[in-house]
Design a protein around this ligand. Structure first.
Ligand SMILES: [Zn+2]
Length: 122
C-alpha cells in the first residue's frame, strides 16, 4: 500500500534594515516548500505584498518617461535597505558601479540585490 503524500514546509525569515521605517530592523517571513514527488524545493515569500497591475505599454516607447529608481546616486543612500551589522557592518557593499543591498522581498535568510548602475562609481 502506498503511503500518503506528505507536503513539507520549512518556515524561516530574513532580517534587514528597512529604509521605509527609518532603517529599523524588519523581519520578513518566507517558506521553503518541498515537492513530494520530485524532492525539489521552491521558495515562497512576500505573500500579498506585490499586487499585479496592468502595464501601460505605450509609455515604454517614450524614452523621456522615467520612473523612480532607488539605485540612482541621489536616492541610493535613503531608498535602499541595509544589511544588519551582524551581516555587513557597513550596511551596503559598493564596488565601482556595483551596489549590493538586501532584498526588500527576501526569499531566503540571506537575500540580496546587486545593481550595476551607471554613474554610481565611487
Ligand atoms: Zn537609477
Amino acid at each position: 500500500m502506498a503511503s500518503k503524500i506528505h507536503f513539507q514546509i520549512i518556515e524561516s525569515a530574513s532580517t534587514f534594515l528597512d529604509p521605509r521605517r527609518d532603517f529599523a530592523p524588519v523581519t520578513e517571513s518566507f517558506q521553503v516548500r518541498f515537492d513530494p514527488l520530485t524532492g525539489r524545493t521552491g521558495h515562497f515569500s512576500h505573500f500579498g505584498a506585490i499586487k499585479p497591475q496592468p502595464l501601460d505599454m505605450d509609455k515604454y516607447t517614450d524614452p523621456q518617461i522615467k520612473g523612480f529608481c532607488p539605485f540612482c546616486r541621489e536616492q541610493k543612500n535613503r531608498a535602499t535597505p541595509k544589511f544588519t551589522p551582524e551581516v555587513l557592518p557597513e550596511g551596503r557593499l559598493a564596488r565601482g558601479e556595483a551596489l549590493l543591498v538586501p532584498n526588500l522581498f527576501p526569499y531566503d535568510i540571506y537575500s540580496a540585490v546587486l545593481s550595476e548602475h551607471e554613474g554610481l562609481g565611487a
